[in-house]
Design a protein around this ligand. Structure first.
Ligand SMILES: [Zn+2]
Length: 85
């Protein structure tokens, strides 16, 4: 069994602090900067990891609809924690 906790990670290039792999993409990397390249790679692999997780364990529409009621306060508290950090 594989367990992965919530990962919060931040990284930015000291030369190009404005570079955002999500909104800017590969085309915005200036002068083949290796730090920006790394950020893009991390972003791409993270996106791939999330999609692999979804494929492996797709959300069951019936289950989530039924569970929504019970877990509603749990989900809210999870979101509060993330926003406050
Ligand atoms: Zn850079």
């Amino acid at each position: 069994m594989l367990k992965i906790g919530i990962v919060k990670w931040r990284g930015k290039c000291s030369k190009h602090p404005g570079f955002d792999p999500y909104s800017d993409g590969r085309g915005a990397i200036r002068g083949g900067c290796t730090r920006c390249e790394s950020l893009l790679e991390i972003y791409e692999l993270h996106t791939k990891m999330l999609s692999l997780m979804r494929q492996f364990n797709p959300p069951d529409p019936k289950k989530t609809a039924a569970k929504k009621h019970d877990d509603s306060h749990l989900q809210e508290s999870l979101f509060d924690e993330l926003e406050n950090e």
